[in-house]
Design a protein around this ligand. Structure first.
Ligand SMILES: *[C@@H]1O[C@H](CO)[C@@H](O)[C@H](O)[C@H]1NC(C)=O
Ligand SMILES: *[C@@H]1O[C@H](CO)[C@@H](O)[C@H](O)[C@H]1NC(C)=O
Ligand SMILES: *[C@@H]1O[C@H](CO)[C@@H](O)[C@H](O)[C@H]1NC(C)=O
Ligand SMILES: *[C@@H]1O[C@H](CO)[C@@H](O)[C@H](O)[C@H]1NC(C)=O
Ligand SMILES: *[C@@H]1O[C@H](CO)[C@@H](O)[C@H](O)[C@H]1NC(C)=O
Ligand SMILES: *[C@@H]1O[C@H](CO)[C@@H](O)[C@H](O)[C@H]1NC(C)=O
Ligand SMILES: *[C@@H]1O[C@H](CO)[C@@H](O)[C@H](O)[C@H]1NC(C)=O
Ligand SMILES: *[C@@H]1O[C@H](CO)[C@@H](O)[C@H](O)[C@H]1NC(C)=O
Length: 461
């Protein structure tokens, strides 16, 4: 393998605009590994000439380094919302969502009809208990919307009703989506959607709910999953796909590329602003090292989602490790709280940790001694190990009582998906995973990116 010492600078937002800032840091340049050079617009012009020489040199030996000229990041702050109610079981709610997602994915990929909508919608709706939300303006009103990479319809009206205003355009379509853990139905409009002062979409297709169930303390969903998931939601134009906000931002030239960067962080108190969405690029201040990109899995039904292949091992010494899940397909999902593993894999994890099911919370419960004994869990994704430390495997202990748990126990955030492996939808890496790794959803290149963060090994829980 040819290695070339190459230098470039990753510009920081706080650097003054000055050609002197083009000085480089040395990095090893590995051919065949896409390299992203991130330039801020303001300083880019001074550095293009300096960089060009390096890029040309690199091109001679490398496959094709990608040079990304990034717009200033367009960010949207997000907060984590806890809305627990007595008697709710988080695991059941997540399993209902997972079951619906699998069926829907199969239908979208043409594997199977959505069988028995009635049976699916008769699942008792429980409230999503912990969600990341963003404040979004639709028409002339502001709404708190769940950030969901696992669905793609954007809609409002679960709590605060949608108001028709002078920016509203009728489409003459009705809309309905079932999430397993909830559902909504209503009218589809075109309207102005503002995700922030520089992110104003005109003519975004949005749903206005007349009926919604299973949503507590939020107004609806900002659906940032793959566009295909919107199929079958409109009526009578049921085969029509609805552009997502990311599609519209891109097609209207508001962002340079259909990329969404998601930064979440562990939190130990309710309703904390602890996250950020970046539209059109990634925010290098939110991760460490480089982003590893993973192709979307070809395995249905995960392929309808932000689906990836992954294997999981418990324990970090080869002499003392347990295979939890052999390489299989599943998804990355901001709309799921926990890490859900196929039942057979979950049982292996429970045996390895010594945890027992806790009826109050639905989670796996560990004694303090078992927690002290806990090993890391390694997620092997596209050849790279993503470590989930013992602390990253547990629910924040200061919030145990909020989910009906006890202060004296430790609860694992690794839970049962509710079906055995082999379905092509064998895990969900929910936001408990994404609070430890920065994630990127790249529509155009059909890939997911993951990177370490300052929180990857933090012990905040
Ligand atoms: C939005 O516009 C409608 C119609 O013009 C108006 O009735 C309503 O009061 C407005 N709402 C807000 C929050 O401005
Ligand atoms: C829509 O109404 C707002 C006030 O509610 C007004 O400021 C704006 O100019 C109106 N826009 C159009 C296109 O009429
Ligand atoms: C919706 O229906 C109305 C009344 O039938 C019609 O005037 C209008 O053109 C329709 N709009 C669209 C987008 O089809
Ligand atoms: C608005 O969006 C609809 C559907 O997404 C599209 O058919 C229409 O051409 C768009 N209109 C404008 C003015 O962009
Ligand atoms: C993922 O795993 C499936 C088998 O489950 C395999 O066919 C596929 O090639 C793997 N890689 C990708 C990128 O889909
Ligand atoms: C700790 O792990 C070891 C080896 O897996 C096991 O033998 C021991 O019983 C564990 N201790 C507790 C308290 O679970
Ligand atoms: C192995 O796991 C322990 C926790 O059980 C962790 O502290 C340690 O850093 C891990 N070592 C490596 C090399 O990953
Ligand atoms: C296996 O790992 C556990 C911690 O996960 C440790 O307590 C135990 O001593 C290890 N056993 C061996 C044989 O290394």
């Amino acid at each position: 393998m040819v290695r070339l010492a190459m230098c470039f600078k990753v510009f920081k937002d706080d650097l003054p605009v000055n050609p002197g800032n083009c000085f480089c840091t040395h990095r090893r340049f590995l051919p065949k590994r896409p390299t992203t050079l991130i330039l801020e617009n303001s300083v880019a012009m001074f550095c293009i000439a300096a960089l060009l020489a390096y890029v040309l040199a690199a091109l001679l030996v490398a496959a094709s380094p990608t040079v990304v000229i990034r717009e200033p990041p367009i960010n949207l702050p997000v907060s984590k919302r806890y809305s627990f109610a007595r008697g709710m079981n988080m695991v059941q709610s997540e399993q209902a969502r997972a079951r619906m997602m699998r069926e829907k994915g199969m239908a979208m990929m043409g594997d199977e009809q959505i069988e028995s909508r009635a049976a699916v919608s008769s699942i008792p709706a429980t409230n999503g208990v912990v969600t990341y939300t963003a404040q979004v303006t639709v028409g002339n009103n502001s709404y708190s919307l769940i950030i969901d990479t696992g669905s793609s319809n954007t809609w409002v009206g679960a709590r605060k009703a949608y108001t028709v205003s002078n920016t509203t355009v009728k489409t003459n379509q009705t809309v309905s989506v079932s999430y397993g853990s909830g559902s909504f139905s209503g009218t589809q409009y075109l309207d102005r959607v503002s995700l922030g002062s520089s992110l104003v979409i005109n003519n975004q297709s949005i749903g206005a709910a007349s009926k919604a169930q299973g949503f507590n303390g939020v107004d609806g969903i900002l659906g940032v999953g793959p566009t295909i998931l919107t199929q079958e939601s409109l009526s009578p134009l049921s085969s029509t796909q609805i552009p997502t906000v990311v599609d519209s931002l891109t097609s209207q030239g508001i962002i340079p590329s259909s990329i969404l960067g998601v930064s979440f962080a562990p939190s130990t108190s309710p309703n904390q602003v602890n996250g950020q969405l970046t539209f059109g690029g990634t925010d290098s201040s939110k991760y460490t090292g480089s982003i590893n990109y993973i192709p979307i899995t070809s395995r249905s039904p995960s392929s309808a989602y932000w689906g990836i292949n992954q294997s999981i091992v418990y324990g970090n010494s080869t002499a003392n490790s347990t295979n939890i899940l052999s390489s299989t397909a599943g998804i990355v999902d901001t709309g799921t709280t926990l890490i859900l593993l196929a039942t057979d894999a979950f049982k292996r994890y429970a045996t390895a940790t010594g945890g027992v099911p806790d009826s109050a919370t639905g989670l796996l419960r560990l004694t303090p001694a078992q927690y002290t004994n806990l090993s890391s869990l390694f997620f092997n994704i596209n050849g790279i190990n993503y470590e989930l430390t013992p602390n990253a495997q547990i629910w924040p202990r200061s919030l145990n009582v909020n989910i009906g748990g006890s202060k004296n126990f430790v609860y694992s955030i690794v839970a049962d998906l509710g079906s055995n492996s082999g379905t092509g939808f064998d895990f969900i890496n929910g936001f408990s995973f994404l609070e430890r790794y920065y994630s990127v959803y790249d529509t155009k290149n059909k890939r997911v990116g993951l990177a370490s963060t300052a929180n990857t090994r933090s012990t905040s829980n």
